[in-house]
Design a protein around this ligand. Structure first.
Ligand SMILES: *[C@@H]1O[C@H](CO)[C@@H](O)[C@H](O)[C@H]1NC(C)=O
Ligand SMILES: *[C@@H]1O[C@H](CO)[C@@H](O)[C@H](O)[C@H]1NC(C)=O
Ligand SMILES: *[C@@H]1O[C@H](CO)[C@@H](O)[C@H](O)[C@H]1NC(C)=O
Length: 439
């Protein structure tokens, strides 16, 4: 690393929190409607097969999306995706880059507020590419080598510039999103003792993400590369924000813009959260493994994470920052507030940490359907009424090994914009993980 970079790092090192306890604005519309779309349950249809890869389409009409299966080493899996999805990967990664550039210009003009202030400072000082390269440098030693190998495979097969792929994968760490989650089990759910988990992603529905939804199913060829897991996101994107593994672990995530003092400090020096979440899906066998991983990691920014384990039917929410990793169940859920009441056998957060407007509606809906909670109720009466999950949503039904996915309206589609108002597609994870290697 060059000397000036080191100096810059020292100068920027830790982001110390100043203001405390602001609350997030906004709440769902009181006129929010139920989502009465039928759930699509048809089997995936095979489109193409290549060495180490198959692509299917699943779902009906406009709400269909791609399922890409890849096998082999990290390089081979990246290469297979780059071959199968060459055109889409080129379009998507170009579009994300253009979008990022536009957003940065607007952010520097103070009309867009999705970026962390220290990142804008870096861009102002260094330029966009150099600021992202600095971020890659800082986080490299905390990042699994498989990530760089997969990127290389994707680049070699698709022709997308390797550095562009790496730079785009820093975006999670640099931007702020709002999201919601819950875990519900025991007496809260219809089938007593089973586990149900929600991941609602509220993020840029004006950007290119909504046009390239994809579920990528990884089938590593050797246990040293982990076990099979499904990454729910977009073409050419292999950080994890949403996903489900063959070990029945699943992830939820909320970016925190309204923390309280219990979060302590943030840091840039550590593992980007999209990689730690992927490590949980790819390498961890139990909730306990995931807790150990998060406790001992060099953590970075303020988040609420959620991990469910369908083998134990257990879920923990995690207050996550450079300073803390606090694991929460229904007995110690925070923050403690009248708008965030404890619910027996359930934990939840609506949009942020200090976010009364959404959290109280989420609590209300969970209580209203208490004891009857299912994936169908979550889709019909919870995400739609809480109005959370603009870009995509996954509802994890561990007992049946099913995941329900909806995506925002793409530019080429019609109907409502937000994923929570659109048709959900049911994925049978047992079948996805049993998919046969192409001959
Ligand atoms: C940013 O602000 C400058 C100065 O006000 C203006 O000339 C420019 O058009 C703005 N750019 C964008 C993308 O809004
Ligand atoms: C729960 O489901 C049962 C049976 O479907 C129904 O009779 C009951 O009214 C439901 N309760 C709530 C609160 O929805
Ligand atoms: C999912 O697939 C498995 C294996 O084929 C099957 O036994 C199970 O019934 C399927 N689940 C649903 C809900 O169709």
């Amino acid at each position: 690393m060059e000397q000036w970079t080191l100096l810059l790092l020292l100068g920027l090192s830790f982001i110390v929190r100043t203001g405390q306890s602001a609350y997030c604005n906004g709440k769902p519309s009181p006129d929010a409607q139920q989502n009465l779309n039928p759930i699509s349950t048809g089997p995936p249809q095979l489109l193409r097969t290549v060495t180490n890869g198959k692509v299917y389409t699943v779902g009906e009409g406009e709400d269909s999306f791609k399922i890409v299966h890849v096998w082999g080493t990290p390089y081979e899996m990246g290469y297979a995706q780059g071959t199968l999805m060459k055109e889409e990967a080129n379009h998507f990664l170009d579009d994300v880059w253009t979008y990022l550039e536009e957003q940065i210009i607007q952010a520097i003009n103070s009309t867009v507020h999705i970026f962390k202030p220290w990142f804008l400072q870096d861009v102002a000082n260094l330029g966009l590419e150099e600021a992202l390269d600095l971020e890659i440098d800082i986080t490299r030693r905390y990042t699994g080598e498989y990530f760089f190998e997969e990127a290389k495979g994707l680049s070699d097969a698709s022709g997308v510039d390797l550095m562009r792929i790496l730079r785009i994968h820093m975006i999670g760490e640099l931007t702020k999103g709002h999201c919601s989650m819950f875990g519900a089990w025991g007496n809260a759910v219809l089938k007593k003792g089973s586990l149900l988990q929600l991941r609602s992603l509220d993020w840029n529905t004006d950007g290119p993400f909504k046009d390239y939804p994809q579920v990528t199913v990884y089938h590593p060829s050797d246990p040293k590369y982990g076990h099979a897991f499904a990454n729910i996101g977009w073409t050419g994107w292999f950080g994890s924000i949403t996903g489900y593994s063959s070990q029945k672990l699943a992830i939820s995530e909320i970016g925190v813009s309204y923390p309280d003092a219990t979060f302590g400090r943030e840091s840039r020096f550590g593992i980007p959260f999209t990689f730690i979440l992927r490590d949980i899906l790819q390498f961890d066998n139990t909730l306990d493994d995931a807790q150990k991983r998060m406790s001992t990691a060099h953590r970075t920014c303020d988040l609420i994470l959620g991990v469910g384990d369908g083998k134990m039917q257990a879920f923990r929410g995690v207050e996550y920052s450079a300073s803390v990793a606090n694991f929460m169940d229904d007995t110690n859920m925070m923050p403690e507030a009248d708008w965030h009441p404890k619910i027996n056998n359930a934990v939840y957060w609506g949009m942020d940490w200090l976010c009364p407007g959404y959290s109280e509606v989420l609590a209300r809906q969970l209580n209203k359907y208490y004891g009857n909670l299912t994936a169908e109720i979550t889709i019909r009466d919870i995400v739609s009424v809480v109005q959370s999950g603009s870009l995509h949503i996954a509802v994890y039904d561990f007992d049946n090994n099913l995941v329900y996915v909806a995506n925002a309206k793409a530019t080429y589609e019609s109907g409502p914009l937000d994923a929570y108002d659109r048709q959900f597609v049911r994925l049978n994870m047992t079948e996805l993980f049993m998919e046969k290697t192409p001959l």
